[in-house]
Design a protein. Structure first.
Length: 224
């Protein structure tokens, strides 16, 4: 069995993955979240482990399950917890793939008691969360850094902007225009954009197939 593992392309490599949504608390019983299922990130973890990698999967709240002796799960809840957990593992990583749907804003204050209803309108002041992916782009050394971009308009332009501003090696553009792609479904329509401006369009596929395609693309760039 050891010999078989030794032949796998990511044998001995460390892969860091983020998945799922984040929940930003408002009071002890409420939060701001999103509909990310975590499926894409878990499929990527599985695909990377199947190539022999040691995977650390930092995930927000999700019902996804994974049983693979090469995958270690680190559950987190908020964007801040995800940021801290990711930074614990980044330096030792060879590849980091950030597929989580991280909240861009969180409530500025968290009430320690349940907020009571009162007036007819109610507003919450929000402040920006830290951009985890961008923070990795700023400190990366040998690491191969992959981000996702969820866009509904000017897709390529926006995705290329994120690739550059976050100092990525590869970005996965997720098209929400297609129904059957994105949150809550098991299929995705993606385009890969590389740091050398190669654009590789894929048809609608299962998230498991997208994960395999992504790992193959990473191997290709690593060996180039
Ligand atoms: N991301 C992150 N930390 C954040 C926000 C986003 O790590 N606080 C990562 C996501 O995991 C994804 C990439 O950044 O890999 C792009 O996320 P996306 O929401 O598409 O872009 P943003 O940079 O947040 O910009 P916007 O939502 O305004 O399009
Ligand atoms: Ca965002």
């Amino acid at each position: 069995e050891k010999d078989v593992l030794n032949q796998l392309p990511l044998n001995g490599r460390q892969v860091l993955i983020t998945a799922g949504p984040t929940y930003e608390a408002l009071d002890p019983v409420r939060f701001i979240g999103n509909h990310s299922s975590g499926k894409m990130g878990f499929e990527i973890a599985n695909a990377a482990a199947n190539l022999g990698a040691h995977v650390t999967l930092v995930t927000g709240p999700t019902h996804q399950k994974i049983v693979h002796n090469l995958v270690q799960i680190k559950p987190v809840v908020s964007a801040e917890e995800m940021y801290n957990e990711v930074h614990k593992h980044f330096k030792a990583s060879d590849i980091a793939i950030l597929s989580a749907a991280v909240a861009d804003y969180k409530p500025k204050t968290v009430a320690d008691k349940k907020i009571k209803k009162k007036d007819t309108t109610f507003s919450i002041e929000l402040e920006k969360t830290k951009d985890i992916l961008k923070s990795l782009g700023e400190i990366k050394a040998k690491q191969f850094l992959v981000g996702f971009a969820l866009e509904t308009n000017n897709e390529l332009e926006h995705a290329k902007g994120k690739l550059k501003s976050k100092n990525l090696d590869l970005i996965v553009l997720n098209s929400l225009q297609d129904k059957g792609a994105g949150f809550g479904v098991s299929t995705n329509k993606v385009t890969f954009i590389t740091s050398s401006n190669d654009i590789i369009e894929h048809k609608l596929k299962s998230k498991a197939e997208v994960a395999t395609d992504l790992m193959q693309q990473i191997l290709k760039q690593l060996h180039a």
